[in-house]
Write a protein that binds this ligand. Structure first.
Ligand SMILES: [Zn+2]
Length: 249
């Protein structure tokens, strides 16, 4: 069994056929799903999917690119919901943000959301894009937090947190230009690797460019099996155990 630990099933790209998407995944052995929060407007849909499906869990938070919409209430309204397993995705994304004041704002709300996660004893799902050093500094400044670096960016610096943090591996590892990740991958402790799609984005090769969906975690599993030199079932056992340990499911 595989858990897709990062899948935006609340995204409008799934509004037409989410039931079929889930069915297709389950038939391929992808049995549980975690919907991270991104845009606050989609959160009610994530909550409702989690109430409709035993296999679906969700996280609360505001994505760094949506930070202008931030309110504590967005997290606090659902953080005690029985299907809420984490705070995220939260973090820093400097790709489109060049102004120092905007970066400062992202940092401020990243820290604020980590504090809420701590208070409610939830792991965090971290999004880092072109902001490794600042993310590192912030995480380093906290004690007793745990979580996952979603869509792990192959930074060896972030591997320093592997005592309490996990590393989300998705379709990127199958890309032809994934050399850096392929090289770093063996350095991640096996008990810290979890599988994700980031659906509807970042579809694994050879389906790159098409809509991603949880079914494609099977391709990621196959790639990990090749890289670790262990059979597919063993990859499923290890990564599922890791995800359950992190998210308490
Ligand atoms: Zn995501």
């Amino acid at each position: 069994m595989i858990i897709d630990t990062h899948t935006h099933l609340d995204n409008e790209k799934f509004s037409e056929d989410v039931d079929e998407v889930i069915k297709r995944a389950k038939e391929a052995g992808v049995k549980e799903f975690i919907i991270p929060a991104a845009d606050p407007k989609d959160l009610p849909r994530a909550v409702s999917l989690s109430e409709q499906y035993d296999e679906i869990f969700f996280a609360v938070g505001v994505h760094p690119t949506e930070i202008d919409k931030y309110e504590d209430k967005i997290l606090l309204d659902f953080i005690t919901h029985p299907k809420c397993v984490a705070v995220g995705e939260i973090g820093l994304d400097y790709h489109w943000v060049k102004e120092e004041s905007d970066r400062k704002k992202q940092k401020e709300f990243f820290i604020r959301q980590i504090n809420i996660a701590k208070e409610y004893n939830k792991p965090i799902i971290i999004h880092v894009r072109e902001a490794t050093q600042d993310s590192y500094d912030i995480i380093k400044s906290f004690e007793n937090i745990k979580g996952v670096f979603h869509c792990f960016n192959a930074s060896e610096q972030l591997l320093e947190f592997s005592e309490n943090f996990y590393y989300g591996i998705g379709g990127v590892i199958t890309f032809k230009n994934a050399k850096k990740l392929i090289n770093v991958f063996p350095k991640i402790p096996k008990n810290r690797v979890i599988i994700e799609t980031d659906a509807p984005y970042l579809t694994a090769h050879p389906f790159r460019g098409q809509r991603n969906e949880p079914f494609y975690t099977t391709i990621v599993r196959d790639k990990i099996s090749e890289l670790w030199g262990v059979d597919k079932k063993e990859v499923e056992n290890i990564t599922t155990k890791n995800a359950k340990r992190l998210f308490g499911i």
